[in-house]
Ligand binder design. Sequence first.
Ligand code: TMP
Ligand code: ASP
Length: 236
Amino acid sequence: MEKLQQIYEGKAKKVYATEDPNLVIVSYKDDATAFDGLKKGTISGKGAINNQMSNFLMRKLEGAGVPTHYVEELNERETVVKKVSIVPLEVIIRNISAGSFSKRYGVEEGIPFDEPTIEFSYKNDDLHDPLINSYHAVALHLATWEEIRQIKEYAFQVNQFLKAELLACGVLLVDFKLEFGRLADGTIVLADEISPDTCRFWDAKTREKLDKDRFRRDLGNVEDAYQEMRRRLMGQ
Ligand code: TMP
Ligand code: ASP
């Protein structure tokens, strides 16, 4: 399958058309941004790691009953995925307090929750991705009630699966962000990526951060953390 014209460029990926109107090719970049694009940098090797790790997890999730956009890994950085229209909601699941949750509610990071939480942000750069509730999402026609119900069900399924998979590698799944898309027939599938860019991973013993927080917070050893996560999950 070959790349035709570029149809989109985001902060971390480019998307290309293919001869098949139902398929596109995503190409992962080493570019990293944080804080609404205010902080910019490069994480060498990140594109390949995120591509491989996300594909590895999506293949497993398909097996566990969560439909995804994944079709075929082409090379280190490029993957064929089903063309979707993205539901403009960032779906965030949390198992342990951290990040904006800790900031918003004035609680320290690292408190495990009795049950996972879910929240949505409205994917809109001009508005800086504000927190949104499901009533407002439906009022704005971002998704239907049935789509939101399905998205929540899949998101908690992804959490159950990922949490166990990571714990077996000695990693705590603190929180993560998912995006869903609609196929041409309206079917909801998991899209975007699952990677150290979009999840918080802590070493289960030392609580060392093994994700993009190392870049966001200038903690150093950013590349090492991404490589360590690929090694633990995929053994390479
Ligand atoms: P938060 O604590 O900053 O709200 O982030 C929650 C999770 O979502 C964390 O694992 C990082 C991920 N995330 C993204 O993937 N993209 C984003 O733009 C933001 C703000 C967070
Ligand atoms: N990538 C996002 C941005 O640049 C934020 C983040 O992941 O922290 O806004």
